[in-house]
Design a protein around this ligand. Sequence first.
Ligand code: 13P
Length: 259
Amino acid sequence: MARRPMMAANWKMNKTIREAQQYTAALLPRAADAEGVDVAVFVPFTCLHEVARMAEDTPVIAGAQNFYYEDSGAFTGEVSVPMLQDAGAGAGIVGHSERREIFAESDEMVARKTARAVEAGLLPIVCVGETKEERDAGDMWEKVSGQIRRVMEKLDDPDGDALVFAYEPIWAIGTGDTATPEDAQDAIGQIRDLLRELGGDDFAGAVRILYGGSVKPDNVAEIMAQEDVDGALVGGASLEVESFMQLVEAARETVPSDG
Ligand code: 13P
């Protein structure tokens, strides 16, 4: 069964509302014919409603970069899943390494957030990945598998299309030091095997796993060509429509045509 590729832009803490409007206005007509590919943009909270409004009734999914697992209450500074859905979001990033490393998000928090999103029908993009030190010490798999196990423990027999994973080795983020396509395939293939063990064949066959970390127009094709890589989560190269669209096009090339 072919999985639908996803090309996801993570703007991180960039763009004003006006810049977001300009970007979205340029992206929508170009992304309209990205048939067979899910195109998603993960934007700051301040732009989310506007981007979602502009993208309504188009194939582009507007998403948030973070959210909390409680729906409402005394959680100053947090935004809940129903609030994101109210703003028009269809998806949300969970457990990005910048959240884990800079804002001390634990595996437990990431797991709870993921479970809340799945329950509410907001597509979570769950990020996992190891630091350079962990990789050099041979602890990559212990770290990544632990992050995944914690998430899967909180989910009750999920469908493979209810969530997406993103393998983002921390040493490859924003460094230009991308994993080789073989490294990406090795890690993501291993993740899929673990998901088969934890969630069964149907789940593992359907769940999408993205690669993230210095994905650029000149390396995307070989990364996308890997068997278990279903797309990319992109920071720097997603900030300009032109380079993001080159990535979307590369994802589209991997979609078999019916003709
Ligand atoms: P870069 O593409 O800038 O390396 O960022 C990757 C990332 O963190 C996407 O979530």
